[in-house]
Design a protein around this ligand. Structure first.
Ligand SMILES: Cc1cc2nc3c(=O)[nH]c(=O)nc-3n(C[C@H](O)[C@H](O)[C@H](O)COP(=O)(O)O)c2cc1C
Length: 457
């Protein structure tokens, strides 16, 4: 970085550069490199010779910061549960969040800034008085350039400092300077937790609007629980706020032996689009997805499964929900037995494959005696007599709505980006125009919002 000295720029230029770098989630130095590279491309390349090799892209810069991606600032306190925060970073990434870390001085006795930084994909911040990080980002921007702050583990000491408004290190200064929602995951010895000052501090923090997750029997809440609580506080308010939505997507793979399986052409695009649209409408969304090559939609809990039976188990674990949309192309049958070893090719012999029926997930959930979702929506992928078959499916499966689509190869719907839907309800058939799967998802969410109306939750 010797060849680029950002510090020597005048204040106005520095301010503009800082804004541009923040917009692109790059360091100021990397932003300068990009600007110079763009200039070099326009002037024939000579500027490039004077540049350091480009900084290796971090996990965060290579990750597309998609619309709706949440930025989380994770403050790691000095408790024994600090190691769990490393897993929390992964869990937050799995939900599509961008994570930045601050470690208190005590936290660094338990885990290293290197480990936290490597998992975040950017350096971890530790010191209020570090001139370089204050210049690069500054504690005020750390406090503001985020959608939420999570303190995990929140030690007795941090709770006391927060309740008292202290700001004598980077973590507490940021906590005091922020205007963003704060979630704390306390973790401490049961006596420290029960101590009057701790309980007094906690009551004060709750009164100040700070959200709390855990502890569970003295232990910090599990990373998955904390990630779900983060999703809840960063979820946009919308017409489905307070509703829980389950979506299934993708194909299922039914194993024949360790290397072979029965699959289908479903891409999972329609189900993923519905999950994303439901989350954008404010719902708490669980997406149970078969094997697909798609990114997890931001702000959605994704459960990955392979087989129909795993999908049913994941769906049942996700209950109760208000709305269930079954967009997955679940294999109707699976091999009766799965060979433990790869089936060997034998000269002159063709193995026969006996199939048995898979559970019917849509019908199972639609016929639940207790905790049936208020709205059960299925998909019918047909290649002939589309509407007639879909109407029969609506009656047979007990679902409230069926979205029928023609998956004949010439339509390009299976695996493609567009879809033509006929919505079949007890009131009749509504044929939607051909449109992108994202538009289908938005239209379906509109219909769901309309159907739920302002009925009591
Ligand atoms: C081995 C060890 C484990 C600790 N575990 C916890 C803990 O789980 N919770 C807690 O509140 N404090 C714990 N402490 C005490 C904190 O590290 C101490 O209060 C420290 O000042 C907290 O600093 P911080 O809040 O700035 O991170 C532990 C201390 C040691 C030596």
């Amino acid at each position: 970085m010797a060849s680029i000295t950002v510090r020597q720029l005048d204040d106005k230029l520095k301010r503009l550069l800082r804004l541009r770098a923040a917009r692109h989630s790059r360091s100021m130095e990397d932003e300068v490199r990009v600007i110079l590279r763009q200039a070099a491309e326009q002037t024939g390349g000579e500027v490039l010779e004077h540049l350091d090799p480009p900084a290796r892209p971090t996990r965060q810069t290579t990750r597309a910061i998609a619309a709706g991606t949440k930025r989380i600032l994770l403050i790691i306190g000095g408790g024994i549960a600090a190691y769990k925060s490393l897993d929390l970073i992964r869990r937050l990434h799995d939900r599509g969040a961008q994570v930045r870390c601050i470690l208190t001085a005590a936290a660094q006795h338990f885990i290293t800034p290197l480990a936290a930084g490597a998992l975040c994909g950017e350096r971890a911040y530790t010191d209020l008085f570090d001139a370089q990080s204050e210049f690069d980002i500054g504690h005020i921007r750390l406090a503001r350039d985020t959608d939420a702050i999570v303190v995990a583990p929140a030690t007795a000491d941090i709770l006391a400092k927060m309740a008292g408004g202290h700001a004598d290190d980077l973590a507490t200064a940021v906590l005091l300077a922020t205007d963003k929602p704060i979630l704390i995951a306390p973790a401490m010895n049961p006596r420290m937790w029960a101590a009057k000052p701790t309980q007094r501090n906690l009551a004060q923090l709750i009164a100040d609007g700070i959200r709390v997750v855990g502890p569970n029997r003295g232990e910090m809440a599990e990373p998955l629980e904390i990630a779900a609580a983060v999703a809840a506080i960063t979820r946009p308010a919308g017409p489905l706020s307070g509703r829980r939505v389950l979506v299934t997507a993708g194909p299922t793979n039914e194993p024949i032996d360790p290397v072979r399986f029965i699959a289908n052409r479903s891409s999972g695009k329609q189900g993923h689009a519905i999950a994303e649209a439901a989350a954008a409408a404010g719902a708490d969304v669980v997406l149970v997805s078969g094997p697909v090559s798609l990114h997890d939609p931001p702000g959605v809990s994704v459960v990955k499964v392979e087989t129909a039976r795993q999908m049913l188990a994941a769906v049942e674990r996700a209950m109760p929900v208000d709305i269930a949309v079954f967009a997955a192309a679940v294999a109707d049958w699976r091999p009766e037995r799965t060979s433990e070893n790869k089936i060997k090719k034998q000269p002159g012999q063709t193995p026969s494959l006996a199939l048995i029926e898979n559970p019917d997930i849509l019908s199972t959930i639609a016929h639940r005696k207790s905790d049936r979702p208020r709205l059960v929506i299925g998909f019918a992928a047909e290649t002939e007599a589309l509407v007639a078959n879909a109407k029969a499916k609506l009656a047979k499966k007990g679902s409230d709505w069926i979205l029928a689509n023609d998956v004949s190869p010439q339509t390009g719907i299976m695996g493609g980006d567009t879809n033509t839907i006929h919505l079949i309800t007890a009131n009749g058939v509504e044929s939607w125009p051909p449109q992108s799967k994202d538009e289908v998802a938005r239209m379906l969410i509109e219909r769901i919002v309309g159907a739920l109306g302002d009925a009591k939750r």
